[in-house]
Design a protein around this ligand. Structure first.
Ligand code: ATP
Ligand code: MG
Length: 167
């Protein structure tokens, strides 16, 4: 199982210029006072994994640029790079910029690359946003089971399993 080694941000939300967040361990805890940028770390992560504007707490992607929230963006682009390490400490970088590039590849290629390392962005197996814990807890058991089946990708084996049970 790989892990996220560090995040590099450039003019993204509260970070001006190029900055490195990390290095991270396999388990991490982010603490800080209100408004210090904890959720911005999650926004950076989800942005690099292809998230659209609503979950990033902005109306337009260009509002992600440092200073844009007060109408004074410092640049016309913001960039986030995720440095992912596999078990052999081999590094893969996933990069996205506000100007619309994902590592220079198209969006479906990014999703495919993420799925190869076990991250299914649609299934939300990586990010639980503020307030989402409550909504997951309030789901009815069937809905919650369905969600976990998507996350652990067991759903694709369900048909095969049912057939084997019948045989
Ligand atoms: P809480 O504990 O209240 O949830 P938090 O630590 O999660 O707070 P964030 O929401 O991550 O805080 O960060 C809020 C800060 O980010 C605010 O100070 C805000 O001014 C700053 N911020 C948001 N967007 C931008 C931007 N485009 N440019 C510069 N700063 C920004
Ligand atoms: Mg927050």
């Amino acid at each position: 199982m790989g892990y996220l080694k560090q995040i590099e941000v450039e003019n993204f939300k509260s970070w001006r210029g190029k900055q490195v967040i990390g290095p991270f361990m396999r388990f991490n805890c982010i603490i800080g006072t209100n408004g210090s940028g904890k959720s911005n770390v999650m926004d950076a992560l989800s942005f690099a994994m292809g998230e659209r504007t609503a979950s990033l707490r902005v109306r337009h992607l260009r509002d992600l640029v440092h200073g844009a929230h007060i109408g004074r963006p410092v640049s016309d682009t913001a960039r986030v790079s995720l440095h992912y390490c596999d078990d052999e400490e081999q590094e893969t970088v996933f990069c996205r910029s506000v100007s619309g590039q994902y590592n220079g590849v198209r969006f479906p290629c990014l999703l495919h690359a993420l799925e190869k390392i076990g991250i299914v962005t649609k299934a939300r197996n990586c990010l639980v946003f503020q307030g989402a814990v409550e909504s997951i807890a309030l789901k009815d058991p069937k809905e919650r089971t369905k969600m976990f089946e998507i996350i652990c990708q067991s759903k694709e084996y369900a048909e095969k399993y049912d057939k084997m049970k019948e045989a």
